[in-house]
Design a binder for this molecule. Structure first.
Ligand SMILES: [Zn+2]
Length: 81
């Protein structure tokens, strides 16, 4: 799915990455000091937990799918669950 490996070395040149602020979603963003490429490291386990938490919130609550995933249609939420 995502070709970027979860490592702190650059996928382009192999240099060690440095922290570079945050992704809009709050994820740590990394940048290569040599070539300038930026990347994020993903945690599939954390992502799945968050998807499960949202699903349980939706099933047991009164929120619409669109309200839970922050989009206009809730289509991303349906794809995840
Ligand atoms: Zn690089």
């Amino acid at each position: 799915m995502d070709p970027t490996p979860n490592s702190t070395t650059c996928v382009v040149c192999g240099t060690g990455l440095v922290k570079n602020g945050r992704h809009p979603s709050g994820t740590q963003r990394w940048r290569c000091p040599a070539c300038g490429a930026s990347s994020v490291r993903r945690r599939p386990d954390v992502t799945r937990w968050e998807q499960l938490r949202k699903f349980v919130t939706w099933v047991t609550g009164k929120h619409t799918q669109a309200e839970l995933d922050g989009t206009a249609t809730g289509r991303s939420f349906r794809r995840q669950i």
